[in-house]
Design a protein around this ligand. Structure first.
Ligand code: PGA
Length: 241
């Protein structure tokens, strides 16, 4: 049985006070959420401690948005696995397209970060996906296969989540057609040694398109940016039909 994982990616949004306010609005809406759905918030580093302290005894899980490959060292601006584990993080997004595009993340550093996350007991959420240009040029599959081949070297596939995020669908409102996302995710699964790795779809997921997305047989959850920032909209997503 593949696990269902619905994760919010808060990106660079929310102070500690705003994170707490979100929790107050969101937690009561999980009362009727089916048990087998794993619900995760990947928050900015500065909000993790407060969130952890106020999530005890709830079913919500905490995640980070990056992790460095060393345990400690002279790496200004970075964060390590032990630091995140101490704050109660269980997940870490790795290789998000915004990291790859704006912060020089490569498949090689993504691979190092994935290994570090696993070493410190975190479940990495590896993001892969194509640009509009790559899709138009017909190289979507080749690009994603290349990412998987390089990113997954030496990675334990029993502790891994993958998010298929077409870059052109992120933050644009231009959601990938659910059947097309299902097709690409099926292809991703065909490249894995463990077919039970949960594979999410990400890119303009909203309460009004989640039912169709989750009705697809290959799709095991969602990675949600903008719509995870408001309690009502994220609740509308995790409580899909
Ligand atoms: P979005 O972001 O839901 O706002 O499109 C998704 C993501 O970047 O993970």
């Amino acid at each position: 049985m593949r696990k269902i994982v619905l994760a919010g990616n808060w990106k660079m949004y929310k102070t500690q006070a705003e994170a707490l306010e979100f929790l107050q609005g969101f937690l009561p809406q999980l009362d009727k959420t089916p048990e087998e759905r794993e619900i995760v918030i990947c928050a900015p580093f500065t909000a993790l401690g407060t969130l952890c302290a106020n999530m005890h005894g709830t079913r919500l899980r905490l995640g980070a948005q990056n992790v460095h490959w060393e345990e400690a060292g002279a790496y200004t601006g970075e964060i390590s696995g032990p630091m995140l584990a101490e704050l109660g993080a269980r997940y870490a997004i790795i290789g998000h397209s915004e990291r790859r595009q704006f912060f020089g993340e490569t498949d090689e550093t993504v691979n190092l970060r994935l290994k570090a996350a696993q070493r410190h007991g975190l479940t990495p959420i590896l993001c892969v996906g194509e640009t509009k240009e790559q899709r138009t040029a017909g190289v979507t599959e080749a690009h994603i296969f290349s990412q998987l081949e390089k990113d997954l070297v030496g990675i334990d596939q029993s502790n891994l989540v993958i998010a298929y995020e077409p870059i052109w669908a992120i933050g644009t409102g231009d959601t990938c057609d659910a059947k097309e996302a299902n097709r690409v995710i099926g292809l991703i699964r065909s490249k894995l040694s463990n077919p039970d790795v949960p594979i999410q779809y990400g890119g303009s997921v909203k309460p009004d398109n989640i039912d169709e997305i989750m009705a697809q047989p290959e799709i095991d959850g969602a990675l949600v940016g903008g719509a995870s920032l408001e309690p009502a909209s994220f609740a509308g997503i995790v409580n899909y039909k």
